[in-house]
Write a protein that binds this ligand. Structure first.
Ligand code: ADP
Length: 264
């Protein structure tokens, strides 16, 4: 579908993006279809849809890790043709190096970029403080809880000050209470860092709580069925979830997901 949006400075543009996979049985699977949308600098976008609807596929194309079969994705008006240095990525599993402590994990992108030791240290410490892990710099991943490991992954993804933070179900493996806590933390981190965030989730409440706009995906072949602006100022408090206004958004998002019986 076509969604026009023209507030602020455009950062990303999807133009008729589709992805067709060749499945093992030789059949073509159209996982994503006709996605046309724009994302502005500084926005927090949630991509919401049921499992298997193509959210990760869309994210991988945006990350430059998969090529669209049709259409194009532009970042700062340039075609994305491969992985971008300017992107930070966080997956469901923190994917930390077990033999490196927190500081060394967060410093890794700086090492790859060839930054000086001092510069790496300073940036890493700033991000460790930002994600609330000060005092844990010398701990190893196996000494941390799942929520803390994800904080390390977020700090690492932000360490080179990316223009875009891509998050694919980052809190999917956490228990409900830790997840709620991480949603609050992520909101704070995104507001403080000013990063543009694209956040994939199948949780309606998580999408409504975090996002400026929610891209609601339909079932396969998946497209953006509707873009729902969440007109609630940030920072948002967890008590908001009990409000009528929040309930109305959640009900609307659920209705959209249930149109074809593909609710999550
Ligand atoms: P989501 O992230 O919403 O759970 P995915 O993007 O992972 O969905 O998958 C979308 C659809 O594409 C699914 O039906 C999945 O089986 C299919 N798919 C994903 N990756 C491949 C692949 N490499 N080859 C064939 N089909 C795939």
């Amino acid at each position: 579908m076509l969604a026009s949006h023209s507030i602020g400075e455009r950062l990303i543009q999807f133009n008729g993006v589709a992805k067709v996979y060749n499945a093992a049985d030789g059949k073509a699977v159209r996982a994503v279809d006709s996605v046309t949308a724009e994302i502005d600098r500084g926005e927090f976008i949630a991509i919401l849809g049921p499992s298997g609807c193509g959210k990760s596929t869309l994210m991988m194309m945006l990350a430059g890790l998969l090529r669209p079969s049709e259409g194009s994705i532009l970042f700062k008006d340039k075609l994305i043709t491969g992985p971008q240095e300017d992107f930070g990525i966080v997956f469901q599993d923190a994917v930390l190096f077990p033999w490196r402590n927190v500081r060394e994990n967060v410093e890794l992108p700086g090492e790859v970029e060839g930054l000086s030791r001092n510069d790496r240290r300073t940036r890493a410490q700033k991000m460790i403080d930002l994600v609330g892990l000060s005092g844990f710099e010398n701990k190893f991943p196996n000494e941390l809880s799942g929520g803390m490991q994800q904080r390390v992954a977020i700090a690492r993804a932000l360490s080179l000050n990316p223009s875009l933070l891509l998050m694919d179900e980052p809190f999917g493996a956490l228990d409900a209470m830790t997840r709620e806590q991480m949603n609050l933390e992520l909101q704070r981190i995104s507001l403080e860092s000013g990063a543009t965030v694209v956040f994939v989730t199948h949780s309606i409440a998580e999408a409504a709580f975090l996002a400026d706009r929610v891209f609601v995906m339909s079932g396969r072949p998946s497209t953006v069925r509707e873009i729902v602006p969440i007109d609630i100022p940030r920072p948002r408090d967890i008590d908001l979830m009990a409000s009528d206004k929040f309930g109305t958004y959640v009900a609307h998002l659920r209705d959209l997901l249930e149109v074809r019986g593909d609710a999550s």
